[in-house]
Design a protein around this ligand. Structure first.
Ligand code: NAG
Ligand code: NAG
Ligand code: NAG
Ligand code: NAG
Ligand code: NAG
Length: 332
């Protein structure tokens, strides 16, 4: 399927736009090595009214994580059964793996339904994030006709495009959204919609001119809050896009990003479930909260922040410091 050739070019220029063999559509590719995966987002437009849980199942994602990544209320009762309208644009969180020397999301398995074809799975169900050709390649269906009905129940690997570029853009933390260019989109309009610049999109996607065609898949860098959890933490590398949330520590901790600054802010999650302690050790301060008390030297502030999920334990960090006055206290 032409991957060795793609990889050879990619090694030379680091980022390339490749034309897929059957269509004109271009996708931004990131070469990689090793087996680590990194967080990324897939831009997905619903092709029908769908329940949150259905969208999550389609992408092998957690329904709460899907809601959190879209700043939708993930703690409301029955949130997973909420029906989302056709045409809604969602950001689907995905683990961007390294497979065949390029970054891609490889967790999705799709069970064909009656009347599905490779073309409809790619263009309709996955809304252009996959191509019939890529699905063919990933499933060893070299000769399959894109418009021939699939066997109902046939399980297909559906590789999806993603990039991480070291989770940074111009040395600032960023999470990359794979965006399928729609009819009527222009690069300046896409840049404006995501509060970035045409130049940045052109650089990230190695474009020679600010023109993209419908069906092209662009990598859009979104400003994000980075974490600094140790390697031993199962949520090492957690990255949250500005204006959204992530759930971590077995959905016991929610971390939000923005809008005022890009410091990750974590609190106990408001989902009802039994969770390990979210209290900072040697204090009565809960994750995300602070206690203040006035002393002769000033205001002693102790704040409790999240340090990662290590071995089933919610690691907390207690920071104490003196400030001239306590918030809300007019005097010392
Ligand atoms: C990736 O980012 C880290 C810090 O975020 C930096 O130390 C490292 O040099 C970067 N690597 C590349 C290849 O840009
Ligand atoms: C984060 O998003 C808010 C709006 O939700 C915006 O005002 C702010 O500028 C954004 N921050 C960055 C660094 O993009
Ligand atoms: C922080 O602690 C104060 C006092 O202990 C409490 O009133 C407040 O609700 C707490 N806030 C959060 C977000 O837990
Ligand atoms: C501030 O409070 C913390 C915890 O309550 C305590 O350990 C520390 O000694 C206090 N520092 C000062 C200068 O009072
Ligand atoms: C996790 O727990 C296991 C067994 O309790 C222990 O052997 C291991 O060292 C722990 N790892 C970390 C990173 O604390």
């Amino acid at each position: 399927m032409g991957l060795p050739a793609i990889f050879a070019v990619a090694v030379m220029v680091a980022i390339v736009m490749v034309a897929s063999p059957c269509a004109e559509a271009k996708t931004t590719i990131e070469p990689c090595s090793g087996s680590d995966s990194c967080p990324a987002l897939l831009g997905y437009t619903l092709y029908a009214d769908m329940k949150v849980s259905e969208v999550a199942a389609l992408f092998a994602a957690d329904p709460s994580a899907l809601l959190a990544a879209n700043a939708l209320d993930f703690a409301a009762p029955g949130a997973a059964h909420r029906i989302l309208p056709m045409g809604l644009f969602l950001r689907v969180p995905t683990a961007c793996a390294c497979a065949d020397g390029v970054r891609k999301s490889v967790a999705v398995r799709y069970a064909a339904r009656p009347a599905d074809t490779l073309a409809t799975v790619a263009d309709v169900v996955f809304a252009g994030l996959a191509s019939a050709d890529q699905i063919r390649g990933a499933n060893g269906l070299a000769d399959a006709d894109a418009d021939a009905p699939l066997d109902a129940g046939q399980r297909l690997v559906v590789p999806l495009p993603c990039v991480c570029f070291n989770s940074s853009d111009s040395n600032l933390p960023a999470v990359y959204l794979s965006y399928v260019v729609q009819v009527g989109d222009t690069v300046p309009a896409i840049a404006a919609a995501y509060e970035t610049t045409v130049t940045d999109i052109m650089n990230v996607n190695a474009m020679g001119s600010p023109v993209a065609a419908p069906g092209d898949i662009l990598a859009i860098p979104l400003p994000a809050c980075a974490s600094s959890f140790p390697k031993t933490a199962s949520d090492h590398g957690l990255l949250v896009a500005n204006g959204t949330y992530a759930l971590t520590a077995g959905n016991c901790v929610q971390c939000s990003c923005g809008p005022g600054n890009l410091n990750l802010y974590c609190t106990p999650a408001s989902l009802s479930r039994s969770c390990p302690s979210t209290q900072c050790s040697n204090s009565n301060v809960l994750l995300g909260n602070a206690s203040t008390h006035a002393t002769s030297a000033g205001c002693n502030v102790s704040s409790c922040s999240y340090g990662g999920f290590v071995n089933g334990t919610i690691t907390t960090l207690l920071n104490t410091g003196l400030q001239p006055t306590c918030p809300g206290n007019s005097c010392c």
